[in-house]
Design a protein around this ligand. Structure first.
Ligand code: ADP
Length: 217
């Protein structure tokens, strides 16, 4: 369980989160929606800070190493979970025992054929799926994502969200597509001007209920 109580965040004089309280139970699939600038990324980051160390985080800016292969970038998800010697050996000579679990995650995302491609040669959507693969590969009870499928095509967005939200983990995602939030998350938090203006089970909401979150901005 993770909880923020009356939690505020300021950037200089600007209050980005205004006394937010939220409790996230183990195993929940939480979707955070709202207009640009509503405070979604700030809230996600504060949740991440509360959980750290150990949570998987898909950054909006991906944080991949473009010169390295897809394998190496995904493998990095567990760097701190291996010994330094294992990591060094793997950097120079990736062994099949390490490649197989990475390949398994990539296969689930339809990217097995990219295992040895340098990340710099991939499209933006493919790079985003590598960042998703790295977060899924990381052995953690929490998976957080900041607009994780923003550059991914509709078919592969569905594949990736299906994979992420079916993991036996607590999942928190900011999503700008309301239909995807409703389809894959069990709970929806709507944000406007640094405040939570909606917090309800996805099953109890329609797209028009969520539209009101955007109207309050
Ligand atoms: P969202 O993810 O909903 O688009 P953010 O959490 O990124 O919103 O930002 C919320 C507000 O805080 C925005 O108005 C944004 O301009 C501001 N903000 C975010 N990060 C910073 C920062 N590092 N410095 C100053 N203002 C920031």
């Amino acid at each position: 369980m993770v909880e923020l109580v009356d939690h505020s965040v300021k950037y200089g004089d600007f209050v980005a989160l205004k006394g937010i309280s939220i409790k996230i139970e183990r195993g929940e699939k939480l979707g955070i929606v709202g207009s640009s600038g509503a405070g979604k990324s700030t809230l996600l980051r504060e949740i991440y800070r509360k959980i750290t160390p150990g949570a998987s985080l898909i950054h909006q800016h991906l944080a991949l190493v473009p010169q390295l292969s897809v394998f190496h970038n995904v493998f990095m998800g567990r760097l701190d979970q291996n010994s330094s010697v294992q990591n060094l050996v793997n950097l120079v000579y990736p062994r099949s025992v390490y490649k197989e679990p990475v390949l398994e995650v990539l296969s689930q995302l339809g990217m097995a054929d990219k295992l040895l491609s340098p990340v710099s040669l991939l499209s933006g959507g493919e790079q985003q799926r590598v960042a998703i693969a790295r977060a899924v590969f990381r052995d953690s009870g929490y998976l957080l994502g900041d607009e994780p499928v923003a550059s991914v095509d509709p078919y592969n967005s569905d594949v990736a969200l299906e994979l992420m939200t079916n993991l036996n983990r607590t999942v928190v995602l900011t999503l700008h597509k309301v239909d995807l939030a409703l389809k894959y998350c069990t709970r929806i938090v709507g944000m406007s001007k640094g405040e939570i203006v909606l917090d309800a089970a996805a099953a109890s909401l329609s797209e028009s209920d969520i539209a009101s979150v955007y109207r309050t901005c």
